[in-house]
Design a binder for this molecule. Sequence first.
Ligand SMILES: [Fe+2]
Length: 325
Amino acid sequence: MLENHIHLKASDNNSPVTLTPDSIGIGPEIHELIAWLNRNITAIQKDLSSLGAILFRGFNIITRDDFREIAEKVDEKQMTYVDGNSPRSKLKSNTYTSTEFPADQFITLHSELSYSNLWPLRMMFCCIVSAMKGGATPISDNAVLLEKLPKEIVEEFEAKGLCYIRNLHSGYGLGPSWQKTFETDIKSEVEDFCKRTDSHYMWVEEDSVRIKQYRPAIRTHPISGQRLWFNQADQFHISNFNADLQAAYEALYEGDSMSRPQHVTYGDHSEIDPSYFTEIRKLIDEIMLPVSWISGDLVYIDNMRMMHGREPFEGDRTVLLTMFK
Ligand SMILES: [Fe+2]
């Protein structure tokens, strides 16, 4: 239980639980927040597995170093973004920019690295500069999604599992390069990583690599024991693009879906009915709630319980990310 008899409960105003200096009885300086988090970390992480996300607001988190200090001192199990598929920059330590995807595009909701078998259990997002307009981080509950999805979709995904396919170039091409993805220029390090993580690799056309990862669509949370929808199939599928982009990809790859930068099939390599993705996206839209950023906000999120995305924005926006095992 948290000190001062605080019980974290899901808020009823359709937003994540929000903690402020007043609500937890401490001052706004980051050393006070770090000390409070450390005193309560076990209870917070347990609550997080059922609440999904906690927003800390009103603390004096001003710089990137402020955030890095909190992330380093509160949750020691930091991890890298090796095997990631989103464009982002690594800053010091294991702090990353949240994404460098073009500002005018919506990033669909997803469970970070769910196609890998080294995914973060928890993540911290921190807003250093909030956008002039837009730029919220929508989140949605994987337990609710699993409950609401039609039975036939859940059963087919669960029975067959998924095969995620990525084609990574060596510097020029669509999507990220293998060097950026694996944070190395050395091919043998890519191969070692793949062997360690049950990922199949094949070097093609001299210097590109095709990665195949066979993963379940549903996983059980290690703390709550809850079954959760935990996959990124809808984001890997071509139907995630708008009609113009889909047509461009079809023309470029001449119907050879295995050569696209990303593709997903069932684990037996059969294609997934695109109408299933329409249903999945419709439900995510229904249940998602946007976290609108104020500079200095920190969100501690359970990556297995909650998906996240990004709304388009205008102006500067700096949101940082650290992931934890
Ligand atoms: Fe993400």
